[in-house]
Unconditional design. Structure first.
Length: 365
């Protein structure tokens, strides 16, 4: 998609001019991928605010990716070097860059010192998270990839349940591997993150890692998982129960479902992220479980599983249209069990688009 990547670089140039930067050194690999399409493990990009062409930029990778980069980045001048950030900074100095922007959240103190040595005549200014700000809202192609990633996860869970894959006697690890393999078999490029399967008392641990713990009748089983498609990540959590749910399990589940619905309904263009979090959190707090909801309501998703914005009491800003986010309240009762329900949605002018379509009714297996 050379035209798409060129358009993204053009948007970055607008930010460079506004910040009085002559060029930007992009060294975060996720951001390099966003601006070029390159998927290798070593690369950097030098984007000039102005230049001999309307899309003046230089891409660097090392010799291992010579052929790959020629295919993925056919529209830019390419440089081969193992130390890409240093090579491109030297190039910036040679080309008379007066002020070079760098990703201060990514470059170390020692790294900045090394960059300065490559272009001693240049001044350095922070890009802050300029590229991440561009990544905040997604285009139609990105949303289509997210939608497909969510579909892989939805289908894999449905198939596993239909096959009896969540049952007493299996271990948390068994279920996690089964779910991940099904997503891959359906066509996913990878899992979005390490799948969480937490049964019984383990379900009260928000980010429990699967163990050899055996699922048993009466357990709540929490599954937090996702698929990757074209670099884009889905994220979904469902909590099931093995056998007839106890009264306390149904009570907690219904409470979390109500809070999750409130959070989804609060998603709107221009909504304050703190207010969105509060819409769900207030439901849980009013029921007396406020301390048992110990994390933020949600986060952005895209080329990374956790992106801006952050929906939490500590968040900042408002929601923009075409921003994918998760809504994932939970209540966790140590020693007993916990419930989390999570969807991935896209904020739109006419209301949020739900991408994770698996039912949120309490499923008893």
């Amino acid at each position: 998609m050379p035209a798409t990547h060129a358009a993204r670089r053009a948007r970055l140039r607008e930010r460079l001019r506004a910040a009085d930067l002559d060029a930007a050194l992009v060294s975060n690999l996720v951001n390099v991928r966003y601006l070029t399409g390159f998927t290798g493990s070593n690369a950097a990009l030098l984007v000039f605010a102005d230049g001999a062409t309307s899309d003046h930029a230089v891409f660097c990778t090392d010799g291992r990716y010579d052929t790959q980069s020629a295919t993925q980045v056919p529209d830019l001048e390419r440089v081969l070097s193992r130390a890409c950030d240093l090579a491109l900074t030297a190039r910036a100095g040679t080309d008379g860059v007066r002020r070079l922007g760098y990703e201060s959240h990514h470059v170390t103190v020692d790294g900045l010192k090394a960059l300065r040595e490559q272009a001693p005549e240049a001044g350095f200014g922070t890009l802050a998270r300029a590229v991440e700000a561009l990544r905040l809202t997604k285009d139609d192609t990105e949303i289509a990839l997210l939608r497909q990633a969510c579909a892989y996860a939805d289908t894999a869970l449905a198939e596993m349940i239909a096959a009896g894959g969540i049952r007493p006697g299996r271990t948390e690890k068994d279920v996690a591997r089964d779910l991940e393999n099904r997503m891959l078999d359906l066509g996913a490029d990878a899992r979005s993150f390490e799948t969480i399967v937490a049964a019984g008392a383990n379900s009260a641990i928000p980010h429990h890692r699967p163990t050899n713990a055996v699922l048993a009748a009466g357990d709540l089983v929490k599954l937090d998982f996702g698929a990757e498609c074209g670099g884009y990540h889905s994220d979904m959590t469902r909590t099931l129960v093995l056998g007839e749910p106890a009264a306390w399990q149904r009570e907690v589940y219904d409470l979390v479902a109500t809070a999750q619905r409130a959070g989804r309904e609060a998603l709107a263009v221009g909504a304050d992220v703190v207010a969105v979090d509060a819409a769900a959190r207030s439901v849980i707090a009013a029921a007396g479980y406020g301390p048992q909801f110990s994390h933020g309501l949600g986060h952005g998703v895209g080329l990374e599983i956790h992106e801006a914005p952050t929906l939490s009491a500590l968040g900042a800003g408002t929601l923009a249209g075409l921003t994918p986010v998760t809504v994932e309240p939970g209540v966790y009762l140590p020693g007993r069990g916990g419930v989390r329900i999570e969807d991935t949605l896209v904020v739109r002018d006419d209301g949020p688009e739900l991408l994770t379509l698996t039912s949120k009714d309490l499923v008893a297996l």
